[in-house]
Design a protein around this ligand. Structure first.
Ligand code: PRP
Ligand code: ZN
Length: 297
């Protein structure tokens, strides 16, 4: 078989991760032409193509070499790592992507007196994550029944097929709707870039390295703000001390005003109104907070 010279990225066909994943790839400078069947998207700006699939299939597609990397929830990746046979190629979390945050949690009926994991002994727990749940129970030496369900896990206690559940929680609305409450967190999850533990040594390896560099650039600056302001020389020290995240500012002269400086600083997170007001009190004026789109260092 001729080695592929294009990188193939698997991602969820339709679901919570689809739109933010596409947006992230767009920010990395990737554009695509969608095929008729909408399962394959040809990369136009770079030799990087997309395969749109069911999220649960993504780790297997990477392990089999059908795709090179994938954007998938950490919960799906870790479950695969725990349950895949030894014949499957090992997978790694290459990057955490900072969206699609949710938790894999134990949830019990609202009236349950649950306080600690030991109380789960002998109970039946419904889940789509038998690998992660099993490992969590083993670590705590708890013997409980694991009832594996492909979906609609949250109705199992009402149906009497389980006493409680272990499922993903994002807003918590599903739990509330089913009179359940979150009782313990097994895993904090978010979208990740999953890939082979060992990067391919061919052109695809170079493409992946390029993609990782661009992802880093986008992820790093996504939360960053560029702060611009003017301050008299005598106030610069006080203003600098108030900059959120403690960045080292760049100082520039202001034409015709020898006592005035322009200060520029990259702040690692949001800059709130309150913080701006404090900085203003310290002597700053003409303040601008700008979003940052790209960064390459
Ligand atoms: C998950 C999970 C819950 C729901 C929780 O399902 O199984 O049903 O989300 O979200 P909430 O706390 O915001 O209500 P999802 O919609 O991802 O579908 P899937 O499990 O079928 O993949
Ligand atoms: Zn799913």
């Amino acid at each position: 078989m001729k080695p592929r010279d294009r990188l193939r990225v698997a991602m969820q066909k339709s679901g919570r991760l689809t739109e933010p994943a596409l947006e992230l790839l767009r920010r990395c400078g990737l554009s695509f032409r969608q095929s008729r069947d909408k399962l394959f998207c040809f990369g136009e700006s770079e030799p990087v193509d997309l395969l749109l699939v069911r999220d649960d299939d993504i780790p297997g597609l990477i392990a089999q070499g059908v795709c090179d990397v994938g954007i998938v929830g950490r919960n799906v990746l870790d479950e695969f790592r725990l349950t895949a046979g030894v014949e499957q190629a090992p997978l790694a979390e290459l990057r955490a992507l900072g969206f699609g945050r949710c938790r894999l949690s134990i949830a019990v009926p609202q009236e349950s007196a649950y306080r600690e994991p030991a109380q789960l002994a002998g109970l039946r727990i419904a889940t789509s994550y038998p690998g992660l749940l099993g490992a969590w129970l083993r670590e705590r030496g708890i013997e409980a029944g694991v009832v594996t369900l492909a979906g609609s896990v949250e109705i199992a206690p009402k149906l009497g097929t389980a006493d409680l559940i272990c499922d993903l929680v994002q807003s918590g609305a599903t739990l509330v709707a089913n009179q359940l409450r979150e009782a313990d967190v097994l895993l904090d999850s978010e979208a990740v870039l999953a890939g082979p533990a060992e990067l391919p040594g061919d052109e695809r390896g170079d493409l992946l390295a390029l993609l990782l560099k661009r992802l880093d650039g986008v992820i790093q600056v996504r939360e960053s703000r560029l702060l611009l302001l003017q301050a008299p020389r005598c106030a610069v020290e006080a203003v600098t001390r108030l900059l959120p995240g403690g960045p080292q500012p760049t100082l520039l002269p202001v034409a015709g005003q020898p006592e005035q400086l322009l200060l520029q600083a990259l702040c690692a997170g949001e800059v709130s109104w309150r913080q701006l007001e404090e900085i203003k009190k310290a002597g700053a004026r003409d303040m601008f907070v700008l979003p940052v789109e790209k960064m390459l260092t």
